[in-house]
Design a protein. Structure first.
Length: 386
């Protein structure tokens, strides 16, 4: 039976970065675009309806965030993740990346080390380096086809003076959903050395069967040193509407962040972002429950196809996210040659692993958030090119 997610929706003419930006990024428009992390699925109808109703009013001025928006997020976190949060803990911003920069500026000084764990979402690097801080790299370890945190290395980075860690949970691009035990070890290290942790949990709702996301901050009562970044953007495919939340239980950390927000006039005032945010968390759960099995089937389809037709490319099975991390090292190509091969021979546009740090060398990131027929065509192209 056909799924609603099998519907192929043309995106030409929408100024989509994923589609209309591929020429600039890949040097060719003749690629199937499976790169930047947005999906090719229609957003939940409840969001579309709410936006249409708001658009019907012809004035789009500066907009307040209603209490009902906060209530929707609070209810969602409690129901989906068992975490009870309070409205006063929530700071809104146009996106998670501005919050990363704000946290680096609020809790460190120029020259201070900040821990990140590559291969990791590339804005983590610039959030540290652009404000003049120093990268304290603690690379993940790939062991028997699964990544794990190097907790011994993390403790060394903290002991060496890192005052801030940016954690990716679930992890982009490797797809790990960190276990409770792993997260408890992060908290132990942070507490011992007085290190603040910003946990980017934007993919927290995109979890496959057999795994469970645990908010880092939920493991401690009113944690004084943990901030949590969340948004409906990845879950419900509305990243272009630009609204996220930073959940900060500690009043002192909130004051420090508000000072940085005020410095750069960071705030949430777009009527459409506010409308979609609330509608997503209030009415989007049924859509998400239909999406997750579809993504799981696509993930398994990719693994099966590559195993039979292109065994030199080994997918790291994602436990969460709609991103598949492909180990292409057996092809024996340099990173430049890998990009050349996939773009100009296979005609498939993916994110080169090297963009996620040196630890991503030899890998590619595949976005499976698209109708399965398109994924099948991309894989056929890859197999044919090989």
């Amino acid at each position: 039976m056909a799924s609603e997610f099998d519907l192929e929706i043309p995106r030409a003419g929408t100024l989509s970065v994923k589609y209309e930006g591929r020429g600039a990024y890949f040097g060719s428009d003749d690629v199937i675009p499976l790169w930047i992390a947005d999906m090719d699925f229609a957003a939940p109808s409840a969001i579309t309806q709410a936006l249409s109703e708001r658009a019907a009013h012809p004035i789009y001025g500066y907009t307040l965030c209603p209490d009902s928006l906060y209530e929707a997020l609070i209810a969602w976190m409690k129901k989906r993740h068992g975490w009870e949060i309070r409205q006063e803990w929530i700071l809104l911003s146009p996106g998670v990346v501005p919050s990363l920069h704000a946290a680096v500026m609020a809790f460190t000084r120029p020259g201070d080390p900040v821990v990140i764990q590559p291969p990791v979402y590339h804005p983590f690097f610039t959030a540290v380096t652009v404000p003049g801080r120093r990268l304290a790299l603690n690379p993940l370890r790939l062991e028997q086809g699964r990544y794990r945190m190097d907790c011994e290395g993390l403790e060394r980075r903290a002991a060496e003076g890192a005052r801030l860690m940016i954690l990716c949970s679930p992890h982009n691009p490797v797809g790990r959903v960190w276990s409770r035990e792993e997260l408890e070890e992060v908290l132990r290290i942070a507490d011992r050395y007085g290190m603040t942790v910003l946990s980017d949990e934007i993919h927290h709702d995109l979890i496959y069967p057999g795994y469970r996301h645990t908010p880092l901050a939920a493991l401690a009562d009113n944690p004084p040193n943990v901030l949590t970044a969340v948004a409906p953007s990845k879950t419900f495919n509305i990243p272009g509407l630009g609204l996220s939340a930073l959940i900060v239980p500690d009043a002192g950390l909130r004051r420090a962040l508000r000072e940085i927000y005020a410095l750069f006039h960071i705030g949430a005032s777009t009527p459409f972002g506010i409308t979609a945010f609330e509608a997503a968390y209030r009415e989007g759960e049924g859509w998400l429950e239909r999406l997750l099995p579809y993504l799981a089937e696509t993930r398994d389809f990719v693994a099966d196809f590559l195993g039979r037709h292109a065994p030199a490319i080994r997918p790291i099975p994602p436990e969460g996210t709609y991103l598949v991390w492909l180990d292409c090292r057996a092809l024996g190509m340099s990173d430049a040659a890998l990009k050349q091969f996939f773009v100009h021979e296979a005609r498939v546009g993916m994110n080169p692993g090297i963009t996620f740090g040196d630890a991503g060398s030899g890998f590619m990131r595949l976005n499976i958030g698209t109708p399965r027929r398109i994924i099948a065509e991309a894989l056929e192209r890859i197999a044919g090119a090989l």
